[in-house]
Design a protein around this ligand. Structure first.
Ligand code: NOJ
Length: 722
């Protein structure tokens, strides 16, 4: 449709039809069983007419179901406007990929784009038009369960992943390419910084910090063309995001020019009342619509009150029209007026969803995301030449709970366990524990069996971790160690056999101090998805050489939290005077994390040569070229992720001690070397100044290169000319 046609359509709509477009309700309302409908209907108090007018649906999947709902919906709608199916496809639809925090550990933005591309294809043939992804909230606090949905603690990396995922979901021609879906970047804004790591909690930070660290991810997604944005649950500097005019109108709309649809998070408009910034639902509706929220998800403040607010002149009708037009435009951008069923196709659904090709991609990508945290005495990869030499035990050994908390359509029974993966590789060498093993409290029998197996095995693989509901939404933890029972099991096994390889399945950085003490090797596998067991077995046996590196620091203890690599310099840096008391430090633990940002080992060994820069100065016309030669000094081919960090020595605001400004994922054949080249421009070192200007500081910078944020070359001083 042309824009004029949309305007004509808008002019034909009654006020109720307009307000209907601004309501999103769940799929239950369209169920064919009265039983499923009545609960939600009475909860929200919706009439059949209101359901018939609601503009979008949350959480329906399946081509047949979407086709049925759409057909019935359009037949009932006076103007035959199609509805819009949205859902949470966060790291895969039915073929589940690693959780985003794992995906980010690949540092492979093309892999993220491929994950999004496959997710889009599976979602679209199953009837969905839009996914509530990417989630780009910057995170520094592993107590918060939703760190699993994020790509980590670095704004630049977050922005790169955000762009890649939008590209993968939407492609270049959303209207005609019916195997793509619209993206929704969330949770705007700063949802990842709740006080104390407690979900839904307050966020209060300077505008400078907000813009410098937290907003770049969202902005990158929008610049990449994300069609929609979701508000966050939290307050941002005193006002909940869903009523926050400054965030939504001043920054998102005016400054960034975002003209797509803005949707609230689940019931977040009504929560303006619970938050205590609105007296009642009517005031909540006024606050949200004036702040710029177009679609209200799963609460009915707009539905119940917008009409009165407009008729009494308290809300300008133009604001409502503007919101409705954005929804119509979104539907139009998806080609729904011409093709209301889009890609929904039961035949294709059968062949596309969970296809061998998608599973193979999920396996490869999951392999890239594994982070080898420790490999004492080169115990890995496993040697499988002796029968029954490898014992596999622990709560995650045979578990299929490996998809993570956000795998709505994923099925555990389609997921490969570690035992299945390892046995397929080495049927004779691997013995698997039979006792059932609880995550919180492995029974004495399970521990005794593991100990017994350990006595006769050359290596014990202990698969430990969290259940998927220990991270994700509403799953904050104050203690981020493994459950005590698992540590007891590890100690007992370690007491009889020092060759313990711990494989971890979990959704957040954990405090691994005790594990690090006991285990000879540690493999961080995250929640790897459908192909979990195969991908991890590939790594354990050396068919995949691990290359993943952390994008979020692993603290030594929860008391260090938040601990992140790009912290600001203090006036009393510990490093300068480690023996003094009056420096910025803890009395009882080191400042740095156990495993730092950027860290991860390989079966290859890499040696970095001297770093060279193209000159002592750089400016707009003369970017700095930074070269480093990296040698693979081992006899296995490997992939290294080389990282460039910069420190701005004198800024108008205090700057981080180091900031990631480039990375390169390079394959290096055994025994050979490659030269990695980075480029640094004045744009790369711009930041948000105290007056909120986004500029750079002329003057001195230190350049450092290395395999992670801790092991860096000695700084090379360069000057940015004014
Ligand atoms: C609440 C979550 O915060 C959000 O991430 C999700 O997209 C919506 N629910 C819809 O399910």
């Amino acid at each position: 449709m042309q824009h004029v046609q949309l305007e004509r359509l808008l002019s034909e709509m009654t006020m109720d039809e307009k307000i209907g477009q601004l309501l999103q309700i769940s799929g239950d309302f369209y169920s064919t069983t009265a039983q499923e409908r009545t609960g939600p209907m009475s909860q929200l108090g919706l009439t059949e007419r209101e359901i018939a007018n609601a503009g979008s649906v949350l959480g329906v999947g399946g081509a047949a179901e979407c086709r049925r709902i759409q057909t019935e919906y359009m037949a009932r709608h006076r103007l035959h406007i199609p509805t819009l199916f949205m859902g949470d496809v966060i790291h895969g639809y039915r073929t589940i990929f690693p959780i985003p925090l794992g995906l980010a550990s690949s540092w492979d933005v093309d892999a993220a784009a491929q994950m999004a591309r496959i997710s889009a294809r599976e979602s679209a043939v199953s009837g969905l038009f839009l996914t509530f992804s990417p989630m780009v909230d910057l995170v520094r606090d592993p107590r918060w369960g939703r760190v699993m949905e994020s790509t980590g603690e670095d704004p630049r990396l977050n922005a790169e992943f955000a762009r890649a995922m939008v590209r993968g979901y939407q492609g270049g021609d959303l209207r005609n390419d019916v195997e793509r879906v619209a993206a929704c970047v969330k949770h705007f804004a700063a949802y990842g910084a709740p006080v104390g790591g407690r979900d839904y909690n307050t966020v209060d930070m300077s505008e400078r910090e907000l813009r410098d660290m937290y907003l770049p991810g969202y902005r990158a997604a929008i610049e990449a063309g994300a069609k929609t944005v979701m508000t966050s649950f939290n307050t941002v500097n005193g006002m909940p995001a869903s009523g926050n005019k400054h965030l939504l109108r001043d920054i998102l709309r005016k400054e960034w020019g975002f003209d797509g649809a803005l949707i609230s998070d689940y019931e977040a408009v009504r929560e303006l009342v619970t938050n205590g910034v609105a007296q009642d639902d009517e005031q909540a509706a006024k606050l949200a619509i004036e702040a710029g929220v177009d679609i209200e998800m799963m609460s009915v403040c707009y539905l119940r009150h917008l009409r009165d607010l407009v008729e009494s002149g308290r809300v300008d009708c133009a604001i409502v029209d503007e919101a409705v037009m954005r929804v119509l435009e979104l539907k139009n951008d998806l080609g729904l007026f011409e093709n209301p069923l889009r890609g929904a196709d039961e035949g294709r659904e059968r062949s596309v969803v969970l296809s061998d090709e998608h599973r193979a991609a999920a396996r490869d990508i999951a392999g890239e995301c594994v982070v080898l945290l420790k490999n004492g005495a080169g115990i890995l990869p496993l040697h499988a030449d002796v029968p029954a030499s490898i014992a596999l035990a622990g709560p995650c050994a045979t578990s299929h709970d490996l998809l993570g908390a956000w795998s709505w359509q994923g099925r555990q029974k389609e997921t490969v366990s570690l035992a299945e993966g390892l046995l397929a590789r080495h049927p004779h060498a691997v013995t698997v524990a039979r006792e059932s093993c609880d995550y919180d409290d492995p029974s004495p029998a399970a521990i005794a069996e593991a100990v017994d197996m350990a006595r006769s095995a050359s290596v014990v693989v202990l698969a430990l971790g969290e259940t998927s509901d220990m991270s994700g939404e509403a799953a904050s933890r104050s203690d981020i160690r493994l459950p005590h029972g698992q540590i007891d099991m590890l100690r007992a096994v370690r007491a009889v056999n020092p060759n313990v390889v711990v494989v971890l399945f979990n959704g957040r950085p954990l405090d691994l101090t005790e594990v690090d003490r006991e285990a000879r090797a540690i493999v961080e596998a995250w929640f790897p998805g459908t192909e979990a067991g195969r991908a991890v077995a590939d790594v354990l046996v050396g068919a995949t050489n691990p290359s993943g590196k952390l994008t979020m620091s692993f603290p030594r203890t929860v008391g260090q939290v938040p601990v992140y690599y790009n912290s600001c310099s203090t006036g009393r840096p510990y490093e300068a005077k480690p023996r003094e008391k009056y420096v910025s430090k803890y009395l009882d633990v080191a400042n740095d994390p156990l495993y730092p940002f950027g860290f991860g080992l390989s079966y290859s060994t890499f040696s970095y040569g001297p770093v060279t820069v193209s000159g002592a100065e750089f400016d707009d016309r003369h970017p700095l070229r930074v070269d480093v030669s990296i040698a693979n000094t081992s006899d296995v081919d490997g992939v290294e992720i080389a990282q460039l960090y910069v420190r701005d020595l004198v800024g108008d605001a205090v700057r981080p001690v180091k900031e990631l400004k480039g990375f390169s994922r390079v394959r290096i054949a055994a025994g050979s070397s490659v030269t990695v080249t980075f480029s640094l421009t004045p744009d790369d070192v711009r930041y948000v100044h105290p007056d909120l200007a986004f500029t750079s500081d002329p003057g001195e910078f230190d350049i450092m290169v290395g395999p992670d944020s801790r092991h860096l070359s000695s700084p090379i001083r360069v000057v940015l000319k004014s």
